[in-house]
Structure formats: structure tokens, C-alpha cells
Design a protein around this ligand. Structure first.
Ligand code: M6R
Length: 366
């Protein structure tokens, strides 16, 4: 039931700190991440992994894009990520010792399942499903599985399944990184100061709800919007745009900040709202420069950042202050306000939030 909440989506957004705690806990043993949570043969199968290929659809695909950054930066092995609906229609070359990873809330998405079956035939080293439904086809047909413990997700817009997938990808990246020279102290630091603290950062982001609702009021009558992020935040911009278009029916595009000059900057005028995810970190100054370009063209900026002092606020530049978190956790935490934004805009437009037009919760046909 929806309990005290008017919609399943809002309930599921607010369940995220619990979902994250419940997903982390079975992966820990004596305070350390234990790879047997992936299955009995996990250690043997992971030992030989030299590369990763991820396939998924929709929101799960965006999680996969974040996964690539995590795997390459922590485990230092190459990682590809592809829409499951496209993967089997090219002639993918199978690199030796490649782990094939599928991500899915339902575990029944037709294209993702077909990609998994294709990969098994094609001779990938091993398959891993990161999934929210233990009894699903994806889990049954994979060598290894990581179960996100988000609980049932009813709203068509995926929320808690996504953030728990991001946590799962952090964990799997560390399992691979261990085999590739990651300092055990770094792993312990990430586990203790990022993963175990994730639920608190999520709660801090959820506390922005009222402020996000004020931003939503300014977007409700728009027909277009632009989402920006760089590096590991680019997939989060894509996810923010997908959420908004899916339930508010406002056209939303997402770009990496550095791509603006190559076309989309032409769209920017005083009628264009731009939502930017700009956490401090190595790409912060670059992003700041990109946002100045947008401001110079009169765009209306809404900036999510933990460095509010770096921006001068005005009617055309509103800043929402985020908690400061490590780079591996920023995608998860910055997703929360973008989910809330899409939710509020959808409600204000009088849409059916939990059951948007033309969409099904589980896409079991190609
Ligand atoms: O169940 P899955 O995660 O495999 O579903 C994939 C997509 O259909 C799904 O994420 C879809 O994009 C969501 N409705 C987005 O909110």
C-alpha cells in the first residue's frame, strides 16, 4: 500500500535510505564486503576477469553507465556499456575473460534477457545479473547474481531500484578492484566512509524536498529542458531527463557540459531551464565554465552542488545545496533531487504519476 503517501513513486523515493541499508547489509560480513553474496562460484569466476561488458535498458542502462566509471576507475579494467536492445544486433567481438553484466529491476525485460542469452551463446567468461527480483529469468539464467533489496517497486518510474543498482555496482567494482591491486585500505575507506554512510547522505538529499518543489513550480509550464553533468554525473543528467520526460511529458535532453558548444547551446535562451549536477571534484571547474556559457545566453539555471559559494545566485541562477560526498557516491545522492523534481512537476501538471501514458512497468516484449 501507499501508506501515508499520495503516490507509490513518492513512497519509493522516500524508501531509498532503507533500501540502500538493506542492500548493503547482506554484502557485508564482519564489516567487510564479502563476494560470496554473488554466489558460491563468485571467487573462482571473478579471478579470471580482465574486462566487463554491461547491458541494460532505460534507467538500468544509466546505472550501467555509472558502473563503467566505477569499474574503470577502481578496478582499472576496460568496461563497455550498451543498450541491451542494440547489443545483439551488431556483431559484438567477445574479448577473452570478459564478465557480462546485466542490470534490471524486474529481471524480465525482453531485450535484456535476449542480450544475456546471446552473451551466453557467444562465449563470455561468466555472466552476472544485478537485479531486484530473486526469482526472475535474469537471475535464474546468470552464473552469478547480486540482489538489490529495494523491495517491490510499483511506480513505473524506477527510483529505489536505480539507486540500489548504483550501490551494487560500487560493491562489484570493489570485488574486481581487489584483484587488480586496489590498496585494501582504500577499499576499507570506501566501504566505511562512503557505502556505509550512503543512507545518511540520501536522507540529507531527501530533506531538500520543499526546495525542489519550489523549483518544480518554475518548470511546470515549460515544454523543454536541458540537464547537464560531466564525468560520472553525465549518466545522472540522462537519468534526470528520462525521469522528467517519462512522468511530466516535458521534453528533456541531457548533455555532458563540454558538448554544449557542439550544438545544444543554440537552444539556450531565457525560456530554457537548465538543471545541472555539479558536485565538487576534478571536473567542477570545467562544469562551472560550461554553466557560465549557459548563463551568458540567458538560460535559467538550477544548480545542484555542494559548493554553493562558487556561484552567485540570482533570479536566473538558483542553487540547491547538496551534502558533500565522495565521487563514488555522488551519482547516487544527486539522483534524489532529480527524482523529486520529476515527481513534483508531474503532480503539478495533473499527470498519472505512477502510471504514465504509453508505458508499462515491465517491458516483456521487444
Ligand atoms: O526492469 P528493468 O530495470 O529491466 O527495466 C528497464 C526499463 O524499462 C526501465 O528502467 C524504464 O526505463 C523505467 N520506467 C524508467 O523509469
Amino acid at each position: 500500500s501507499k501508506g501515508e503517501y499520495p503516490h507509490y513513486m513518492l513512497k519509493e523515493i522516500f524508501e531509498q535510505s532503507t533500501a540502500i541499508r538493506q542492500t548493503l547489509s547482506p554484502a557485508l560480513s564482519n564489516d567487510r564486503l564479502d563476494e560470496s553474496c554473488l554466489g558460491d562460484s563468485a571467487s573462482t569466476l571473478l579471478d579470471g576477469v580482465k574486462a566487463v561488458q554491461i547491458c541494460a535498458c532505460g534507467t538500468s542502462y544509466h546505472a550501467g553507465m555509472v558502473g563503467r566509471y566505477l569499474i574503470e576507475s577502481l578496478a582499472k579494467i576496460p568496461c563497455g556499456v550498451e543498450h541491451a536492445s542494440e547489443f545483439r544486433y551488431r556483431s559484438p567481438v567477445v574479448p577473452a575473460n570478459t564478465l557480462f553484466v546485466v542490470l534490471s529491476q524486474s529481471g524480465e525485460t525482453a531485450d535484456t534477457l535476449a542480450a544475456l542469452r546471446y552473451a551466453r551463446e557467444a562465449g563470455y567468461h561468466a555472466t552476472l545479473a544485478i537485479c531486484n527480483v530473486g526469482s526472475s529469468s535474469l537471475v535464474r539464467e546468470s552464473d552469478l547474481s547480486f540482489l538489490t533489496q529495494a523491495g517491490p517497486e510499483i511506480g513505473v518510474a524506477s527510483t529505489k531500484a536505480f539507486t540500489t543498482q548504483l550501490l551494487a555496482l560500487n560493491i562489484v567494482s570493489l570485488f574486481l578492484a581487489r584483484r587488480n591491486g586496489l590498496d585494501p585500505q582504500v577499499e576499507a575507506d570506501i566501504t566505511n566512509t562512503s557505502l556505509k554512510q550512503a543512507c545518511f547522505a540520501v536522507d540529507a538529499a531527501l530533506a531538500l524536498d520543499d526546495k525542489i518543489s519550489e523549483v518544480a513550480e518554475q518548470l511546470v509550464d515549460r515544454e523543454h529542458s536541458l540537464f547537464l553533468g560531466r564525468g560520472v554525473m553525465y549518466p545522472i543528467a540522462l537519468e534526470g531527463a528520462l525521469k522528467l520526460k517519462e512522468i511530466s511529458y516535458i521534453h528533456a535532453e541531457a548533455y555532458p557540459g563540454g558538448e554544449l558548444k557542439h550544438g545544444p547551446l543554440a537552444l539556450v535562451d531565457e525560456n530554457m531551464p537548465i538543471i545541472a549536477a555539479a558536485p565538487g571534484g576534478k571536473l567542477f571547474a570545467k562544469m562551472q565554465g560550461n554553466l557560465q556559457e549557459v548563463a551568458a545566453r540567458g538560460g535559467q539555471l538550477f544548480i545542484l552542488t555542494d559548493k554553493p559559494e562558487e556561484f552567485s545566485t540570482s533570479h536566473d541562477c538558483q542553487v540547491l545545496t547538496m551534502p558533500t560526498v565522495d565521487e563514488v557516491l555522488a551519482p547516487l545522492v544527486y539522483t534524489i533531487p532529480l527524482q523529486l523534481l520529476a515527481y513534483h512537476v508531474s503532480v503539478m501538471r495533473g499527470n498519472n504519476v505512477d502510471q504514465p501514458r504509453n508505458l508499462a512497468k515491465s517491458v516483456t516484449v521487444e
